[in-house]
Each structure stands twice: as C-alpha cells, then as structure tokens.
Design a protein around this ligand. Structure first.
Ligand code: FES
Length: 111
C-alpha cells in the first residue's frame, strides 16, 4: 500500500521538505519544475541531512562537505560524495504525494 508523504502544496517549485514517515528512513522531497523526487535525507558520504543543504538547479549540496547529488537521479555529481543517494519511487494523486512501497515498485519494474 502506498503511503502518504505530504500535500504537493507543501513543497513549492524549487523547494524541499524533510519527512520521516513511520517505518521509513528520514526522507527529503524535492520539487523540480513540478516533478517530485524522494531521496534518503542522510548523505551517502556521512552524517549530514541533505534537507539542510542548498538546492542549486537540480543538485542538492550537502551542508557538511559540499558534495553534490543530482536529485533527479541520485547520482553523486561532486566529490567528496561518490556513492549515489538512495531514491524512492513516488506518485502524485489528487494533490498528494505518495511513497510507492518497495513491493509495488518491484512489481512495477517487471510489469
Ligand atoms: S557528509 Fe555529505 S558530502 Fe560529506
């Protein structure tokens, strides 16, 4: 079952929102030109919250070592970050953003 994350209006274009849904790691939602992306909030390089960094175009800059990630792919785009940032599938329905559960994501990939 998909889980409600937030109202889409809670994340304006070019904005971000930190969330921790029950049973999930800390997440951060980005809105890039009306498309929503959900990533793990804890940087893959260390103990920093990407939600506290600056969003520059479609890249989030980590506040600790200034590594960067492309929020549309999770790819590390500037060192010292090297490992991609985990991403989560989501969908918008009736003005709300939902996290697609892992089982359904796996089904969707094979459908
Ligand atoms: S903790 Fe994010 S780049 Fe080092």
């Amino acid at each position: 079952m998909n889980r409600l994350l937030c109202e889409t209006a809670d994340v304006p274009d070019g904005g971000k929102l930190a969330l921790q849904p029950e049973g999930s790691p800390e997440l951060v939602v980005f809105n890039i030109s009306g498309t929503f992306y959900v990533l793990a909030d804890t940087c893959s390089h260390g103990a920093a919250a990407l939600s506290e960094g600056d969003l520059i175009g479609c890249e989030i800059e980590c506040p600790l070592h200034q590594g960067r990630f492309d929020v549309t792919t999770g790819a590390a785009t500037r060192r010292p970050a090297k490992k991609p940032q985990p991403m989560y599938r989501c969908q918008v329905e009736d003005g709300r953003l939902y996290l697609i559960d892992a089982d359904e994501s796996a089904d969707a990939k094979t459908a």
